[in-house]
Design a protein around this ligand. Sequence first.
Ligand code: GLN
Length: 304
Amino acid sequence: MEMEKIIKSIYENYAGDLGRGKVADYIPPLAKVSPDKYAISVCTVDGKRYNIGDYTEKFSIQSISKVFTLAMLAPMVGKELWESVGKEPSGSPFNSLVQLEYEKGIPRNPFINAGALVITDKLVERVPDLNDKVLEFVRGLAGDDDIFYNREVAASEYVTGERNKALAHLMKSFGNFKGKVSQVISAYCHHCSIEMSTEQLAKAFLFLANGGVNPLSGEAVVGTRDAKRINAIMLTCGFYDESGDFAYRVGMPGKSGVGGGIVAVIPGKLSIAVWSPELNVHGNSYRGIATLADFTTELGISVF
Ligand code: GLN
């Protein structure tokens, strides 16, 4: 079946599939989002675009930002990065504190909150005006300047984010966090509050489907080796304690966020972004996962 038909048939199949999860409300402004929003966007590395549903509407990218900040930091630091953060699946929820205590403040990977806080700490140390630079970086990836922070979401997460502050303080007690906790958490909350549409997200992830080179600009965002590594960590760690299940059902490296977005790639071929705000118990969009599972099954290609 051709791509357009596949996407349309999946969209129609799941259009009424609601009520099996819950819109995130632990960051209060996120609870205002309508649960029935649904969008799918595909970009191929050779320039084809497919969109359906609410694909121009922007939503909170949340943990999807962890991929952007890792991609921004990776070329600035060498392999010593992996002394401060691991590359193993955690098997734990995204905001868990337990593992961090007995693993001496070294987070399992950069895609759980503790790991992303280490990445942000290192960015704060290295990049003046970090929030402007992150926005610039993401806009460059998407080839679109119409991407902004949602200050209300960032402020709300900052005041309610006691677990993230606890993670940062715990890592600081182990010497694995250099900056001021308040400054790093504020930067992290801003990155999570970026709002993008599926159309913009699919474009912004194309570099990971293209060996690190953004096919929109021809620019090398990260080296081939870092692109391979980021994809490998997305495959093994992109969905917290549901990463194995996602790899099994979908077979693509990807990353989710509690705003209900998921972005995934098939290296050499395409990127796909899905948005559906109702989340399962792991904090991942259940309709997003179902969509992607059908997508690779019906298309007959995945990374395997
Ligand atoms: N900003 C969110 C948090 O730290 C991101 C979590 C997520 O999307 N899984 O809780």
